[in-house]
Design a protein around this ligand. Structure first.
Ligand code: GLV
Length: 365
């Protein structure tokens, strides 16, 4: 009881927003009289994380933490996980079927991301391992960034800034950095989950038409709330949109959703924005389309094989490049880290994590 009150107090004095309040409620709901008097479960935190999140985990777990932030190879990760009960991962670590098979003690994999293509979910489920992600907490921030990239791409913001910084601005000209209008245009959203819908809602202020393509159609209510978005085939959406934004999850089925064939359908004046995952776009084909003027411009936050990426992008002025930061606002990254921590605590203290991706899993004893 004393321990529980202490944890609640620590979070109460640090309350900054409603997310922090949610953490207090979460801590109280654990109802821990004393945390693991015998031995604590062992966890690995695979990458650097906010120090206060590590402090939250400390009462529950024996922690090996990679605050040095080196990137583990798959073999190094496997070695480190052999004696662990749980792992706090990020999109940079691949937790493969081979790693899962080599780590029989592992009971929970909690990813600090909404995407979880870095984890072999089927292998984890078969091995009785709970897998979680961090949905919802990043929807609005990621939608904001989709718009930032769309605006920067359509209006040539980074290209013109680089030119100015290079000392090339000598006079105003009527045709300097002519871009595409965003207001009044047609926005095509491929992947109309919660982030796609948040992007569509923001388009009302720009008086845009919204087309979307998704595995399944939204209900009429959701379409209405998403600026009256209209369902379209991928091909029709690509032909009709002035700006196309990709927000779909990566899987074998969505690999190379955009190749040379899809780019050939787009308007030559169109822009393409990818805030989803590398691998959804065939980057070599996109470079070719940007170089030849097949489409006007692209804004990319994610790349095939990131953090390495195709060097061809660097020689193009009609592409805006950012290093996978769509969810990177201070409150949202904190919210994601705390959500992953909550999931890990729940999974390894006999609870049911809020964001279980394999709800039918039979957890290991
Ligand atoms: C980030 O890319 C995420 O999936 O949350």
């Amino acid at each position: 009881m004393l321990f529980q009150s202490f944890v609640s107090f620590v979070f109460f004095v640090d309350l900054k927003n409603t997310r922090a309040m949610a953490l207090v409620v979460f801590e109280q709901s654990l109802n821990l009289e004393a945390p693991f008097p015998m031995s604590k479960p062992r966890i690995l935190v695979t990458r650097a994380v906010f120090p206060d999140v590590l402090e939250r985990l400390a009462p529950y777990f024996d922690i090996e933490s990679n605050q040095e932030d080196c990137i583990y190879t798959e073999e190094e990760l496997r070695e480190k996980l052999r004696d662990k009960d749980g792992v706090f991962t990020t999109p940079s670590e691949r937790v493969s079927a081979a790693t899962i098979a080599a780590c029989p003690q592992l009971r929970a994999i909690c990813n600090m991301a909404v995407g979880y293509n870095n984890i072999d979910l089927d292998a984890a489920s078969q091995a009785g391992i709970m897998v979680t992600n961090t949905p919802d907490v990043l929807n609005e921030t990621t939608a904001d960034f989709g718009w930032a990239l769309l605006m920067a791409t359509a209006r040539r913001v980074t290209e013109s800034e680089h030119w100015l910084r290079a000392g090339k601005w000598e006079k105003w000209r009527y045709d300097s950095f002519l871009g595409a209008d965003v207001h009044g245009s047609t926005l095509g959203i491929i992947g109309m989950g919660r982030i796609g819908q948040a992007i569509a809602r923001r388009s009302t202020g720009f008086n845009m038409q919204v087309l979307y393509h998704n595995r399944s159609r939204l209900s009429e209510d959701l379409e209405r709330a998403a600026n009256n978005a209209r369902y379209a085939s991928k091909e029709d959406l690509l032909r009709q949109s002035d700006h196309v934004i990709l927000v779909l999850p990566y899987s074998a089925a969505t690999h190379h959703t955009i190749t040379a064939a899809e780019l050939a359908l787009m308007k030559p004046s169109a822009t393409l924005v990818n805030i989803a995952r590398g691998g959804i776009v065939d980057d070599a084909a996109l470079i070719d389309a940007l170089r030849t003027g097949r489409i006007a411009a692209a804004g990319l936050d994610v790349f095939e094989n990131e953090p390495r990426f195709h060097p061809g992008f660097l020689s193009l002025s009609n592409v805006v490049l950012t290093p996978h930061i769509a969810s990177a606002s201070e409150p949202t990254r904190r919210g994601m880290a705390n959500t992953a921590a909550n999931n890990l605590i729940a999974a390894l203290t006999g609870g049911r994590p809020a964001n279980l991706l394999n709800p039918k899993v039979k957890p290991k004893a």
